[in-house]
Design a binder for this molecule. Structure first.
Ligand SMILES: Cc1cc2nc3c(=O)[nH]c(=O)nc-3n(C[C@H](O)[C@H](O)[C@H](O)COP(=O)(O)OP(=O)(O)OC[C@H]3O[C@@H](n4cnc5c(N)ncnc54)[C@H](O)[C@@H]3O)c2cc1C
Length: 292
């Protein structure tokens, strides 16, 4: 059976992926699903497993490097509002995996709930943030996560509670196929005071990123106790270019891409930086972009 049979209303073929990513490059997905309900999601996940089709989930695309030749198999995009709900019950906020992190933070702050505001300015979705334990301003999303609902590769829905959730620097134990939602335990705080705090964090975060509307990606994890951008700067790599990919001169842990850039330019630039940083500082930098 074809993957798309009966799913034509939400599965397309040969979908260009550049438009869904921060780097704005790379090829097409063989199959691209935008389910409109958990039932549709489960049905396409089960079908892809039966047919042995590799399957991936796309969040906000802020951390993805899409291969120039495209992505074989199925890419699932949780863009429908069914996957972006945000609900508050007392101190707990539950957010869908497809919800924009920025929206979740402003909802929490607007309701006088503190704990996520340090992540203001981090792009992407709740699913992407939970998958990679996104952090900023000394906090990470895992600190506040008490529960998550996931869908396994078999299409089953499982709730993961605090005991089996583990978060370390930019890593989490949430490795099932789809993160459907996360539950965050927050602290009641004066909403106006919290808004000021969030604005301050947002300004700090934005000041550490390239401004404007450039196409960009965040390149390397910070080695323990060190900053990847300082190591890159010390190694004299500001503004280094490979094809259409360039190390941002002001914020050296970011790669900027021109419309002509390819994924291979970005990968070669990352390798060049890793080699030079090792030579000059002796440190190994680990690329944080997920390559598809
Ligand atoms: C300008 C800029 C600034 C950044 N600043 C920070 C920062 O301060 N701190 C930080 O931690 N990161 C930062 N990042 C990196 C990036 O924003 C985070 O890693 C973000 O959490 C990725 O979320 P996303 O939704 O865009 O995920 P994507 O890039 O779409 O995907 C990343 C990974 O998460 C998986 N994933 C996404 N959604 C789901 C889901 N629902 N279920 C299962 N898996 C899923 C994908 O399969 C993929 O493996 C920055 C990036 C940029 C471009």
């Amino acid at each position: 059976m074809e993957l798309t049979a009966g799913f034509e209303h939400f599965v397309r073929t040969d979908e260009p992926l550049a438009q869904y990513t921060g780097l704005k490059l790379g090829g097409s997905a063989e199959y691209f699903a935008e389910p409109t309900s958990v039932e549709e999601l489960a049905a396409v996940v089960k079908r892809s497993r039966e047919l042995n089709i590799p399957t991936r989930v796309l969040g906000g695309g802020s951390n993805l490097l899409i291969n120039d030749d495209g992505v074989p198999g199925l890419v699932i995009y949780l863009h429908h509002p069914a996957f972006s709900t945000i609900e508050i019950d007392g101190n707990r906020l539950t957010a869908g995996g497809g919800a924009k992190l920025a929206h979740v933070i402003s909802t929490a702050v607007g309701n006088g709930l503190a704990g996520l505001e340090g992540l203001a300015g981090v792009p992407g979705t709740v699913g992407g943030a939970l998958h990679g334990n996104a952090g900023g301003n000394g906090v990470d999303i895992g600190h506040r996560t008490v529960e998550a609902t996931v869908m396994t590769r078999a299409g089953e829905i499982v709730t993961r509670t605090a005991q089996d959730l583990h978060f370390t620097y930019r890593e989490s134990s949430l490795d099932e196929l789809v993160i459907l939602n996360g539950v965050f335990e927050l602290e009641p705080t004066d909403s106006q005071e919290l808004t000021r705090r969030m604005q301050k964090f947002w300004i700090v975060q934005k000041a550490s990123q390239p401004g404007g509307s450039e196409n960009m990606g965040y390149l390397f994890f910070d080695p323990p106790g060190l900053s990847a951008s300082s190591l890159i700067e010390q190694s004299g790599l500001k503004g280094t270019k490979v094809g259409g990919a360039e190390i941002c001169a002001e914020h050296t842990n970011f790669v900027l891409t021109s419309p002509e850039a390819t994924a291979s330019d970005v990968a070669r630039l990352a390798e060049l930086v890793q080699g030079r940083v090792k030579e000059v500082t002796g440190m190994d930098l680990k690329c944080q972009l997920t390559s598809w």
